[in-house]
Design a protein around this ligand. Structure first.
Ligand code: ZN
Length: 691
């Protein structure tokens, strides 16, 4: 439930205070440890040839001593290896183990030039590191091997990669990142196969020695992550998201987003959130310490979203000790609240789909803008709307995975196979709702352009042959229903304006007609300069820019423009209103929790065996979109209305951070409480009993 990572530096042995660390682990109730063992530096008396022993360890066994100390505390122990760099003697003995750049040069390490960068896909990993992993597991009976930077440091053109790729694909290694290039496409597939082969090899060899132990890769993530998350989820019994801290303009909720992305692949298996106590800007001050408030908020976001905390500290010798009290405070609360943090499943009813194949084959080199920015915009809108939601991997759209969800959101999920489109149709047939944007399903799973959306029958609109953009100075006209004269519920809150701003890119579409409502139409771009020329040339068109349908219990909203990406870019409140309306209208049910009050809150809701919890993370802070948080600012009264699961009643309600009982009102099927103040994080815990 609570992890401690101590990454020793080479000169720690004989110098750092081991007992200090063991005492600290005990004091914070850490029950899992990740400790440096081998790879670039071995911290135990290895017998593997060329495995570089710490020059400071003499005839001691620093790793073994730490393992023994942690075992005395009853902790789970995993060994950390880092295979990405080697010393000169390895280069001299096996020059073919070294990574090679596109110009044929062996790669020196970018930060430690006396070291060499290794090839991840050849005998160095497959043979040498396999021997290292076997030695560690057989000597120390650890519960797992956690390998950092195990999957390579960019393209490698070494003799093994050339030969093996040629043998597998019949092609020379690509020299471009353009996914239109057949060699690049073949390489992406081959590299995945090779890394998963390595993963399976290490896992098999580890389990042959200790059947309870696993190989745990430091890998995984969202749409932009390179390894297929469906396979990652199948291979893992536990996984840790290495999202150590914010850098630059990063919203606080990004740590919660990571948790959701990992859970989409791992389901109910445990997910740890690796957080750094130090600054993670590109300048890499590895011995630094962040503000107390920043660390607390980052971890609260992870915990609220189902992550188990894992602090990571590099160097056993401490220079700046300010972080120790912060982590102790977080972990001590976590320990006290543990019963309510052992989640069985999330109760969210909304799923935000992410798609690695869309990032690879549609996004390419511009995946951040063309794919991820759509997700980030929708994510922000859902947090704004206080909607609990999960993320869903596009290769896991089967009925079983989707059965707890009412609404699926497809934020420009451009690449979907026929089979995936059919799964989405089945979801709708069983009463599920959809919100989709821009080019969703306009491409197949490998990026091939379709003649029409794969989901045109659901959208109520057909592709009309063109994508326009970037558009300047374009607007959307609010239309009343022709028969009733009323505005569609999707426009709630916008009735006092005849028009709002458009997005930046749009797909030209033609309405299929029939039962589809079209509450917004296009006002085309017109000159934005000179000012004398700024008047609309066309005041009104019949070009639909929002399509809303009801099919049985399902509701479908299709937005043929980049509302989500533009929201991330520009953050127009009108677009935020539209996105929130779309989710509310399409969901067509009362959400599992409604939180009313001022401020920005990340709201999540979870079921444990005999309780449910609502997490409220207070994101109302001037530094929410760019860290670090300087000061925690308390948020005042929030009214929380929680749906009580069928077959149970609420026995007791408790606020786990304030440690007090709130005043409760119960109405049939619901419990309502007022949370008087939230500093960083509050958890409303509802003990349930069967009716
Ligand atoms: Zn190579």
């Amino acid at each position: 439930m609570r992890w401690a990572q101590l990454t020793l530096v080479e000169n720690d042995p004989g110098r750092y205070d081991r007992q200090f660390w063991l005492d600290y682990f005990a004091r914070i109730h850490a029950d899992g440890a990740c400790l440096s063992a081998g790879g670039v530096v071995a911290y135990y008396p290895t017998k593997v040839d060329l495995h570089h022993r710490s020059a400071w360890m003499g005839d001691t066994d620093p790793f073994g001593d730490l393992v023994a100390g942690c075992r005395r505390l009853g902790m789970t122990v995993i060994a950390r290896t880092d295979p990405h760099a080697v010393h000169q003697d390895v280069f001299d003995a096996h020059p073919d183990w070294i990574a090679v750049d596109a110009d044929g040069r062996k790669r020196r390490h970018w930060a430690s030039p006396e070291l060499w960068v290794t090839c991840a896909l050849g005998p160095y990993n497959f043979e040498f590191m396999t021997a290292v992993h076997k030695e560690i597991v057989s000597r120390y009976a650890v519960d797992g091997i956690f390998s950092n930077r195990w999957s390579g440091s960019g393209m490698c053109y070494c003799e093994h990669c050339q030969r093996n790729f040629q043998a597998a694909a019949g092609l020379a290694l690509p020299r471009t990142t353009d996914v239109g290039d057949p060699a690049r496409r073949a390489y992406l597939a081959w590299q995945q196969d090779r890394l998963f082969e390595l993963w399976r090899l290490w896992d098999r060899e580890i389990r042959a020695i200790n059947p309870q132990a696993r190989f745990i890769a430091n890998s995984g993530g969202g749409a932009l992550s390179p390894l297929d998350m469906k396979t990652v989820g199948e291979l893992s019994d536990i996984l840790f998201a290495d999202r150590q801290a914010r850098r630059g303009a990063t919203p606080l909720w990004v740590n919660g987003k990571s948790a959701k992305e990992y859970r989409a692949a791992l389901g109910s298996k445990p997910i740890g959130g690796i957080f750094s106590v130090g600054v993670e800007e590109p300048y890499r001050w590895k011995d630094s310490v962040q503000s107390d408030a920043e660390v607390r908020m980052w971890v609260a976001e992870g915990t609220a979203n189902g992550m188990r905390p894992w602090f990571t500290k590099f160097s056993g010798t401490l220079y700046d000790k300010r972080w120790l009290a912060t982590v102790e405070k977080i972990y001590s609360w976590h320990y006290r609240a543990e019963r309510y943090l052992r989640n069985v499943r999330p109760l969210a009813r909304v799923g935000l789909v992410y798609s690695q194949q869309t990032a690879t084959f549609y996004g390419g080199d511009r995946a951040r803008e063309r794919v991820e920015d759509h997700t980030l915009g929708f994510y922000q809108a859902l947090v704004d709307a206080r909607t609990p939601f999960e993320m869903v991997h596009d290769r896991l759209l089967d009925r079983e995975r989707l059965q707890t969800l009412k609404l699926l959101i497809l934020p420009n999920i451009a690449c979907l196979s026929d089979a995936q489109c059919e799964q989405i149709r089945a979801f709708v047939r069983s009463g599920g709702s959809l919100v989709a944007t821009l080019e969703t399903a306009l491409y197949d799973e490998r990026g091939g352009h379709r003649s029409d959306f794969g989901l045109a029958d659901l959208f109520g609109a057909r592709f009309a042959g063109r994508v326009e953009g970037p558009m300047q100075n374009s607007y959307l006209r609010l239309e009343r229903d022709r028969r009733s004269g009323a505005f569609h519920p999707l426009l709630a809150g916008l009735e006092d304006t005849p028009r709002i701003i458009n997005g930046v890119r749009r797909v030209e579409v033609r309405a299929i007609g029939g039962d589809t409502a079209v509450p917004l139409t296009l006002i085309p771009s017109y000159p934005d300069l000179p000012m004398e020329m700024v008047y609309p040339r066309v005041e009104q068109t019949d070009s639909g820019q929002l399509f809303a349908r009801e099919i049985g219990r399902s509701r479908i909203v299709y937005v043929p423009w980049d509302i989500d990406r533009t929201f991330w870019d520009v953050m127009s409140t009108d677009h935020g209103t539209l996105l929130a309306n779309a989710v509310r209208w399409a969901a067509n049910e009362e959400p599992p929790v409604t939180v009313t009050g001022p401020g920005l809150l990340d709201v999540t809701i979870w079921r444990q065996r005999e309780s449910l919890t609502v997490h409220l993370v207070n994101l109302t802070n001037p530094m929410t979109m760019r860290g670090p948080i300087r000061e925690l600012l308390p948020l005042s009264g929030q009214r929380v209305r929680i749906k009580v699961p069928g077959g149970t009643t609420a026995r007791r309600v408790h606020l786990l951070v304030a440690d007090r009982a709130p005043s409760i009102e119960s109405t049939p099927g619901f419990v309502e409480v007022t949370v008087p103040a939230i500093l960083d994080h509050e958890v409303v815990a509802v003990d349930l009993e069967p009716t």
